[in-house]
Design a protein around this ligand. Structure first.
Ligand code: AMP
Length: 307
């Protein structure tokens, strides 16, 4: 079923203890659509400036990403600059330049309006809402956000959340959004803001899916080499939503598999800078890592004499 994303297509400058990369391909819609492209073609709504390299667009097209909803406008592309310490779990934002996003007003091509699965990537919550306005009858609307919008555009974000079925946040954002320090309490508080489900991403500690009645926990792949966590969240969301979009039903079982596939895809992204690892990963590597997750977490029920 059709999958649509609105989000940033960016040029990122990222510093980690392992190196510095400037003006490399990034953005929430970029990571999301590349990750989802392993499962289903994704329709992108975004804007880039005159300085955005055509080669990056060719890469996305070659991955089967639908760019009819991506426009090129006068001005500079969205830029984000971030830094990570050895504790790679959270980025410190050094600079955010909205540039062409400042005057962006998303217009969905006619065929995008039938999208069944919608991901509102990390951009201004009003733009996220404008996309929901234009989709006719989505089956699932999921959203992501970050501290920049939680602090800077809270009223608009709260409005958008009322229209969202599932929210992806990291643990710091969940706390910031709700004022609750405990993650279970924070997730419950988010369920009171509109979404029926919330996925809390906890970096190297994995991710938790909260539904009204259940919690599902998925670890992160224990990796010996983590170079750049940028985009892990959007890559997770791409694997998650891509898996749902091709599943025959939307239920707790498919959501659990989506959680694992999100973790699988994110585990590749962090192994190299920017989208370098996602560019080269193969379907057989993805399937193999999904099996690794099964082995990593599988155990038998206690026998009658064991406890
Ligand atoms: P994440 O998956 O959370 O690591 O997302 C990383 C991507 O988010 C980077 O490639 C940035 O270009 C993008 N990004 C960072 N800040 C913002 C923002 N305020 N609005 C939209 N996109 C952003």
């Amino acid at each position: 079923m059709s999958l649509l994303v609105v989000g940033s297509v960016a040029l990122d400058s990222v510093e980690t203890p392992f190196g510095l990369k400037e003006d490399v391909l990034g953005g929430s819609a970029t990571y999301f659509s590349t990750s989802a492209s392993f499962f289903t073609p994704t329709q992108v709504v975004a804007v880039v400036g005159e300085d955005f390299p055509q080669a990056h667009l060719e890469f996305l097209k070659a991955r089967g990403v639908d760019l009819e909803g991506l426009t090129r406008e006068k001005g500079r592309t969205f830029r984000w600059k971030g830094r990570y310490g050895y504790q790679l779990n959270e980025a410190e934002t050094l600079d955010t330049q909205l540039n062409v996003f400042q005057s962006f007003s998303p217009r969905l091509p006619e065929k995008y309006r039938d999208a069944q699965y919608v991901f509102l990537g990390n951009i201004h919550p009003e733009l996220q809402s404008q996309v929901v306005d234009q989709v006719k009858a989505p089956k699932l609307v999921a959203a992501d956000t970050m501290n920049f919008w939680i602090n800077g555009s809270r009223p608009a974000l709260l409005k958008t959340l009322k229209r969202v079925n599932l929210l992806f946040v990291n643990d710091a954002e969940a706390r910031q959004l709700t004022g609750e320090h405990n993650i279970v309490r924070a997730a419950r508080a988010i369920l009171g803001l509109g979404p029926q489900r919330v996925v809390v991403k906890r970096g190297e500690y994995g991710a938790l899916l909260f539904e009204q009645e259940h919690i599902f926990a998925c670890p992160a792949m224990p990796l010996a080499d983590v170079f750049d966590p940028t985009g892990a969240g959007d890559t997770f969301a791409g694997g998650f939503m891509g898996t749902l979009a091709i599943a025959s039903q939307l239920n707790s079982e498919t959501l659990r598999r989506a959680m694992v596939m999100g973790s699988v895809m994110a585990s590749f992204t962090v192994e190299k800078f920017s989208l370098e690892r996602l560019r080269e990963v193969t379907r057989s590597e993805i399937r193999a890592r999904f099996s690794d997750f099964k082995r990593l977490t599988h155990f038998e029920e206690l026998g009658p004499q064991e406890g």
